[in-house]
Design a protein around this ligand. Sequence first.
Ligand SMILES: [Fe+2]
Length: 201
Amino acid sequence: MIIDADEYRLIAEAMRDIVAGFGGDETKPFLRDWPDHPQRRDVTTTYLPVIAQLAHLKRCAIPDLAVLVDRFLEIAPHCNWRQTYSTGDLGTEFLKNYGWVEIIGERGALASHTIAAGFLMLGAHTAYPLHAHGAEELYFPLAGHAEWARGSEAYSVKPPGTMIHHPSRVPHAMRTHAEPLLAFYIWRDGDLTQKSDLIAN
Ligand SMILES: [Fe+2]
């Protein structure tokens, strides 16, 4: 299945609408950098084990975000799934429960040099340890009640419908319990292809 450019654009518009709905100073630079008419780029379909857990997301979604979750679930098996880390970094169990799809950005199906936006999937009972990157980041949990930590703050649940801001180079981490996590992220102002650096505890 080749995913139509319009389908990617509808997903991107739904993301932008969610960001705009939050208002506030933190979202302004991301909305300013959001590309108006991103061009379609060919991307290949790739498979990752975490895709098998997509079916569990439906029960974790909330009505306000169900449209975006459903749109993503439609195309997810045909997307370009990627991982930032290797087994040497975080082990095989983590990699079975982790993956992301860039929708907009330097590598995504919609080309942009000003932002990168996509979906992160974590399986149940998975800890994504502290990491940091130069780009500023917003996260929007879409399904699943994961715990998030930023800097020296303690872990706390950030349910679907909340927004999380990670300034440049601020370490952050997340962990799931019984529910998997689907969230979308946006990066801006920095190398949009750079690897996230793991931070030793
Ligand atoms: Fe991040």
